[in-house]
Design a binder for this molecule. Structure first.
Ligand SMILES: [Mg+2]
Length: 220
């Protein structure tokens, strides 16, 4: 089976990472929480799509607070060397189990390259995946690129994501994709999703152990 994973809030505790990121700026650069939050928010805005761009943040921090771009980048890279503490508890073992079961694993993550690359590399999980794509565009197109690059196969495919709108876009291009919604308690979008009940059209799991169990019992 081909198993495609989203990264943030599925494999990685992005809320906790963001807190660590904030603490770095407060501790190392004496920014206030408010200054950090405001500058972070400004760095997210681009073409109306909510997407954090680290390079924008460097420019803003330099212009507004006189922080050296090189120094900030250096500190962030140092901070990101080991981010294994932000990998959600059940993830590593479950990915190893899925690999042992003979499945082929991929990451397809939305976001800007610098920050997604350092998170994935710092997580220490990259070696468990056949291929990894960071995209600022459509995840369905990213899946097509992965199939093209790694050779299309007729194995069943599933995509695990915590964002319903991303799954919807994927099935537009890949109608045979089996979608699984990860509704983790620590996920940033979980509360709203449960409130809106907007995951009910998909199979949902709350953690990786449930996912492994579903796959092992061959529900698809
Ligand atoms: Mg996500």
């Amino acid at each position: 089976m081909n198993i495609f994973f989203d990264f943030d809030d599925v494999l990685f505790d992005t809320r906790a990472f963001k807190k660590g990121f904030l603490d770095l700026f407060i501790g190392k650069f004496n920014l206030t929480v408010e200054n950090f939050e405001t500058s972070y928010k400004k760095a997210r805005e681009r073409d109306g799509i909510s997407n954090y761009i680290f390079e924008n943040h460097l420019k803003i921090l330099n212009l507004e607070f006189g922080l050296s771009k090189d120094l900030v980048e250096q500190e962030v890279k140092y901070f990101a060397k080991d981010l294994s503490k932000y990998v959600i508890e059940d993830v590593k073992k479950s990915l190893e189990t899925l690999n042992d079961m003979g499945h082929t694993l991929y990451i397809v993550t939305f976001g800007s390259k610098f920050i997604q690359d350092i998170k994935i590399s710092g997580s220490g999980l990259a070696h468990l995946f056949k291929d990894i794509i960071v995209t600022e565009g459509d995840k369905g197109e990213a899946v097509s690129r992965l199939f093209k690059k790694n050779g299309y196969n007729k194995k069943k495919s599933i995509f695990v994501d915590d964002r319903i709108n991303h799954l919807q876009k994927i099935t537009t291009l890949h109608p045979n994709m089996n979608c699984v919604v990860m509704i983790r308690p620590e996920g940033r979008y979980t509360k709203k999703m449960i409130k809106d009940k907007n995951f009910s059209n998909y199979l949902s799991v709350e953690n990786m152990n449930d996912l492994v169990e579903f796959i092992a019992t061959d529900i698809y």
